[in-house]
Unconditional design. Structure first.
Length: 437
């Protein structure tokens, strides 16, 4: 009976999936996202927020907004405070810019209001619809390249180099060797057709790491029933401070970056889930946008940074996630994580990073559908794809692609082929680039 209700509510059959497949995908997404439990609060603490309170706030926001994404928007996407936005918040807004974290949270809240207004007026939907299909596909491929770079960096296969910017990491380290083991084990299982290949790869590699002494088991109790108090960060945003002159540019930057970061992730995942129609339209996208705009306002109220759709959700999609049930399972895992934080910490980066590399390979498959034989398409698509990993920013890839697409068509005398929204977006990106400089 329960299975029938779940099937009808999420539309499992019509999406070609099963409950067990969705559960496996949800756990896989959680495994890939679980690092945020430790990384995001650490960055917020560097920005001045109390770490314990920030940890609880981050997990609570992740649970609430991911549940909304699964139960209402019906997308297999995990939503949580964004890594890049949090770094901008902690190391610029609360650092060189000289603002308090309370004023920074006020800026996050206001940017959420802007997102919400853009969504309910369907402007965000118009923006998506105004983007040519080839650029949408380039966004998917660019995200694939970006997420692979993140995976290689987390695995230690790619490191910073003062001469060449990036270089091969130390492959003699056991963590790097275990990451390579995880990559090929998971790849082999995927080629063999195992639906839970990614989850098996993560768990098997973690087990090998523990047995080899590379990853220690947590000391003391694995369960903690005492949740940190979030009263020190709850409803602490300073709206008046956020409207000061210096923060107006920060609000604009937060809005632009999150708008297109989130849009890029949703477009990419929608394509892989089969939510994108042949003409480029995406089903339920308005609900997904409303979810993330509500999530951003909720994040500021709870005491953390902008909630955004996570790229790591692509690992769950690649594992077979096709409906909101995947997101619900991910949210449930984060609820449990509140009580099992010591145990969650056992899953190391070398066991999840290779999954991101493989997800990038899957997303790269869309490159064959881009009309590279047309230079007016090939050049903006190329810039979109390479700018994301090279600048380590999805929104920058959007900007390079959009601006070049508009300018090339203007110089060709075909300016009428570009929609007014594309010109508006391109102008906004030019302003955004100037503000960042």
């Amino acid at each position: 009976m329960l299975q029938s209700v779940v099937d009808r509510f999420f539309g499992l059959k019509e999406n070609g999936t099963t409950a067990s497949q969705e559960i496996s995908a949800g756990i896989t997404t959680f495994m890939a996202m679980s690092y945020l439990i430790f990384v995001i609060p650490g960055m917020l603490a560097d920005g001045g927020l109390p770490r314990d309170a920030a940890t609880s706030a981050v997990i609570m926001v992740t649970v609430a907004v991911t549940l909304l994404m699964g139960l209402w928007a019906r997308y297999p996407v995990g939503v949580a405070p964004g890594l890049g936005i949090t770094a901008f918040f902690a190391y610029y807004v609360c650092g060189p810019a000289g603002f308090s974290w309370q004023a920074g949270l006020g800026a996050v809240f206001i940017s959420g209001i802007v997102f919400f207004l853009l969504t309910v007026t369907r402007i965000r939907q118009f923006i998506v619809n105004s983007v040519p299909l080839d650029l949408k596909l380039a966004i998917v491929v660019g995200i694939g390249a970006f997420i692979s770079l993140i995976g290689m960096k987390s695995a230690g296969l790619v490191v910073a180099d003062p001469s060449t910017f990036v270089a091969l990491g130390d492959v003699t380290k056991p963590e790097v060797q275990l990451a390579v083991f995880c990559f090929f084990l998971t790849a082999a299982l995927m080629v063999a057709g195992f639906r839970a290949a990614m989850l098996i790869g993560i768990l098997a590699t973690t087990a090998v790491g523990v047995m080899c002494g590379v990853t220690p088991m947590p000391e003391g109790s694995w369960v903690s029933l005492n949740l940190p108090d979030i009263s020190s960060v709850f409803m602490q945003m300073d709206l008046k401070g956020a409207l000061s002159h210096g923060l107006l540019s920060i609000i604009f930057t937060l809005t632009m970056v999150d708008l297109f970061d989130n849009m890029g992730v949703l477009i990419g995942l929608a394509r892989k889930c089969g939510f994108m129609k042949p003409n480029g339209d995406i089903r339920n996208l308005d609900r997904a946008f409303i979810t993330d705009s509500i999530g951003t306002m909720f994040s500021a109220c709870m005491g953390t940074t902008t909630a955004t759709s996570y790229l790591e959700s692509a690992s769950g999609v690649a594992a077979g996630g096709r409906t909101g049930l995947t997101a619900v399972v991910t949210a449930v895992c984060f609820i449990l994580a509140l009580f099992f934080i010591p145990l969650v910490a056992v899953v190391p980066a070398y066991a999840t990073a290779p999954i991101l590399i493989l997800v990038g390979a899957l997303m790269m498959q869309e490159v064959v559908n881009i009309h590279f034989e047309k230079l007016e398409i090939a050049i903006p698509a190329f810039l979109t794809i390479v700018a994301m990993p090279f600048t380590f920013n999805i929104a920058t890839g959007f900007g390079f692609g959009f601006v070049s697409y508009a300018l090339i068509h203007i110089f060709m005398g075909r300016w009428r082929d570009v929609t007014p929204f594309m010109y508006l977006i391109s102008a906004c990106f030019v302003i955004n680039f100037a503000l960042r400089a």
